[in-house]
Design a protein around this ligand. Sequence first.
Ligand SMILES: *Cc1c(COP(=O)(O)O)cnc(C)c1O
Length: 395
Amino acid sequence: MGDLFAEQLQALRARSLHRTLREIGSAQGSIVDLVGKRLINFSSNDYLGLANDPRLRDAATAAISEFGVGAGASRLISGTQSPHLQLESALAKWKGTQAALCFSSGYAAAVGTLPALVGKSDVVLLDKLSHASLIDGAKLSGATLRVFPHNHLGKLESHLEWAKREHPNARVVVVTESVFSMDGDRVPLRELIELKKRFRALLLLDEAHALGVIGPNGRGLAAEEALNEDVDVQMGTLSKALGVSGGYICGSRSLVEWLINRARSFIYSTASPPVLAAAARAAVEFLASPEGEDRRLQLWKRIELMRRNLPQDRQSTLREKPRPASAIFPWIVGDEQGAIDLSRALQAEGFLVPAVRYPTVAKGSARLRITVTAAHEEAQIMALTDALRRLSPAT
Ligand SMILES: *Cc1c(COP(=O)(O)O)cnc(C)c1O
């Protein structure tokens, strides 16, 4: 057994694609402790700095006192405790949908929901840069899968025409994200919705990186563009800007009822601990409050500052230039080893900015994925942009 994978691992190392874990010995925040070394953290999705917020900690402590730690059973058996239902009603109210359903992760939401929506005789049309959880959910469903080039609505239209012609009785679901996780750009939502309506297709929109960042009170891109009604399945995660853990689907009451009956990752898995539901509810209530909106506007100030000071030529061409689209700033290096080297050099100067490589992004498009949060100080952002300018090899 010992050497079973040695060769394969060596092959990964040889291609600079080997990955290892790094141990953080502190809570999440703009500064983290990498076993003994304090680093300014530009790697997390805790966009609003809520992961260690006293409001969430207090809600969690109170929930532990009342409900303990484990949920004891799956949601359909006896694992649905009051905090789960309170979170779901707070989420539905905040998102302005009839109902919401929580999963133990965003990943579980995707791989549970897609196979419940479509089966072998149906069609899924997926943006090329969609998150792995959406790809896996689509594959697991057994539906015919067609990928369209990133944000390419012309190609999506021809796929929709093809589906209508070749699979006239199929349910067709378009799957995409509002903010793309590795490039930080946005979907042209209004145009995409016009298309899907014209072809009577359904839309599953993953708002993982828009939630808490975009839209009134951080309700996401669909809310910002007043298109909530046209997104059939709204997916997101409680693990990023909301600072906790878990995934959700928001939509109609009948959608949620169907998922309770059919989503296997929901049915056949123990309910997520009630403490997490209580903390996530505190996060939703914070975002819905004027203080939460202030925190989100603070995040946008930091995003603008990063935008102004990060040299433009090394950012992905995918981003709209005049205005930053999100809190994610890709710093494209290209080759895998180059990205690792730059990440190491930054770490030596006190910054945590991991390299992102294949298969998370395409081969040859390795990058640093820089994320800004409301918890960053201006000086921290200036220090990073200075270091990047000095350390990046000329293009
Ligand atoms: C992180 C992420 C997920 C998965 O959410 P988790 O709660 O971390 O499992 C799904 N979709 C996208 C776009 C993501 O970035």
